[in-house]
Design a protein around this ligand. Sequence first.
Ligand code: F6P
Length: 369
Amino acid sequence: MANGKIKKIAINTGGGDAPGLNAVIRAVTISALNKGWEVVGIRDGYNGLLMPEDYHEGGLIPMTRRTVRGITHLGGTILGTTNKGNPTRYPTMGKDGKMFEKDRSSELVAAFRKNKIDALVALGGDGSLGIANVLAEKGLRVIGVPKTIDNDLEKTVATFGFDTAVSFATECLDRLHSTAEAHRRIMVVELMGRYAGWITLNAGVSGTADAILIPEIPYDIKKVAAAMKALENRKKYFAIIAVAEGAAPKGGGYSVVSKELGRADKLGGAGERLAKELQALTGRECRTVVLGHLLRGGSPTTFDRLLSLRFGSAAVRALEEGYSGVMVALDPPTVRYVPLKEVTSRMKTVPLNCDTILTARSLGICFGD
Ligand code: F6P
């Protein structure tokens, strides 16, 4: 709990964008304005505060009713975001010309104070909420809002953005059936989700995939090949395989595209790796489709819009009630507040005994195990 009257709050969006960010921004802004608070938006994560000189129009955007008009249904974020600007590990050039990671969190807290910002509503996933927690521990009043298409955040039934990503992925899987059947191909569809298989599992089951490969269940390529053979034996000459970008074969590692200073590893290539190996094993034509950032675009679904608006207004209520260092979390029928520390200490992966996996197994979907 934190004391002191709030006069001015800031909103920021960090990490990868997710459908629903703008709806949260609108709900926070209007709810706060209705309390008589001033609201500013920080550009590009924390960059607008850390490097205001880089923004000729200012690093802080004054948020008014007009600023947030007509944005509830829009993807992206009107504030901009970054996944390279972690203030606790900021990529910085050393005197020797070499890059290193610098902790700029105290400098950031000072910038909040200098701008007379009493509290922050931070919209983000595990990385951004970890940063929010550091700022809260340094004395800033902070409320986190769980954003990520990956749905990998603990202590909330859902993150906003996930439902939109799953809905779109399901539609893509639906669309691939006809072309797969027409050409008698095995279509391997790679989906985002980082180290959690939520998107792939939910879209895979809903989009009637024949195999679903997720990070939580290391796969045996021979088992996947056998599942394809079994389909052929049943005179089904095409197949759809949903593979998570973080899926890995038993004893193997994730497919990493690149590692960069100050940001999480970039994943990619899991689909192509699988398709090549499967084609070699089965002699069947395997083609890969990578849905990638398409899952992050578009208008949020009704579920995500409503969740975002609920989260945004709950964040303002939490501040008014004196909370800090907490995240708003969906716990139907309500939204409650959970300590940021509990959210960021571990990732929410798919439990192997969850009902969706049991359903998939009952339906004969192969997990490669
Ligand atoms: O966390 C959201 C997410 O879309 C992941 O599913 C994916 O691995 C990552 O972000 C991609 O990030 P970027 O756009 O920075 O490559």
